[in-house]
Design a protein around this ligand. Sequence first.
Ligand SMILES: Cc1cc2nc3c(=O)[nH]c(=O)nc-3n(C[C@H](O)[C@H](O)[C@H](O)COP(=O)(O)OP(=O)(O)OC[C@H]3O[C@@H](n4cnc5c(N)ncnc54)[C@H](O)[C@@H]3O)c2cc1C
Length: 413
Amino acid sequence: MHDTVWDVMVVGAGPAGLMAAITCARGSLRVLVLEAKEKIGAKLLISGGGRCNITNLKVSERDYQSGQSRTVRNILRAFPPERALDFFKELGVTMVLEEGTKFFPKDQSAKTVLNALLQEADRCGVHMERSRKVNSISCHQNLFQVQGNGFQYNSKTVIMATGGLSYPGTGSDGTGYELAKKFRHKIVSTIPALTPLTTDDPDWKSLSGITLPVILMLEVNNQEIASSAGPVLFTHRGFSGPAVLDISGAWLRCHAKEKKLRVNFLPEKNETALRREFIEALKEHPKWSWKRFLALYFPDRLVEVLLRKLDMPPGLQIIHTSKEEREDLLKGLLHFSLQVTGSLGYEKAEVTSGGVDLAEVDSKTLESKRCPGLFFAGEILDVDGRIGGFNFQWAWASGFVTGMTISKKRGSP
Ligand SMILES: Cc1cc2nc3c(=O)[nH]c(=O)nc-3n(C[C@H](O)[C@H](O)[C@H](O)COP(=O)(O)OP(=O)(O)OC[C@H]3O[C@@H](n4cnc5c(N)ncnc54)[C@H](O)[C@@H]3O)c2cc1C
């Protein structure tokens, strides 16, 4: 085995690596996958709350943060969501559409997705080795030597699919970046993305467990520079839920001193409609307290915090408030400031923003411009998507494209 020259060596058996390996093996290439962990697919198994949001109905480069949107577009077009769905259908995984755009396996189990990938890899003859952490890759005369503790293999091509730095417990600890740097690849500085944000404000923390739909706005000097919509979840550490995760990357990337995270607690209502409802309340229920009135919209615990933060006594009757006070309340509900102190970082990040610079890989094949025969797939690249199956779609598409490129070059596709 150690003397064998493999056609393709895939480093990392996450979604991108497995897709790349299967694609190469279907093209009759001899493929060896080296995975650092004993257990394969740890991240895939915890994805989507254990249900694996496999892809999205509509995916475009606009759903991603990256240095080169043209490259992202090329790769996504070569393997769009329909092809991902066909691929999994062929492997016997039935999908269901949820919330209008998100695809999950019908049995709600990420394990079904992982098992399908592993069975297909096995069926195609992919050779898989676990507990094989690669710590050195070199290339001499078009032959790659891939090494780790107690092993060394040779291969004609290498696909690096080692992921980023997010959820390091699942195996993605950033070693891939170091390996890429040895080939003079630039790494666009990384930050955690899709990660919960923290606060030290006891009021917000006291709301732990409450979830509600909101719009979040990141503002610098009162200018909105990013926004997200969806549920926010209050936690004992701060803020989580899709809307928060989606804006976390922009928040962490922004170093402006004056940055503020604002929340619209009533995303379904505009200012005029809400003002009308306040006036109606004044006419119909003048003796109601604001606490009673706001309980029509929000859970009691949230009402108490909102009124406290707006300096309004909870028992204050609607009739005893001035127009200005009503306006302050209205503006507050639609434009509340959340005090954010930081984030839960890579430990709880669903994805890493930044990575191998797309300017140094071929925009159609993801082959290294520094070292022919070396490819990159998945999260290791400077591409990160928003919540909703976009990151897996990037993994499937980039894995497929690298695998197909090598198959075409080296064998029959
Ligand atoms: C909690 C959570 C939930 C998520 N839910 C979703 C979701 O529902 N939908 C979605 O689209 N995305 C989701 N994501 C994001 C998605 O899981 C990732 O974008 C995706 O797994 C990236 O795939 P990858 O193959 O590039 O990297 P990874 O999945 O990180 O896999 C990399 C693999 O490489 C191995 N490796 C690393 N270094 C080495 C080395 N030196 N030698 C050998 N092997 C190595 C690692 O052990 C790992 O197995 C979620 C992420 C998390 C953390």
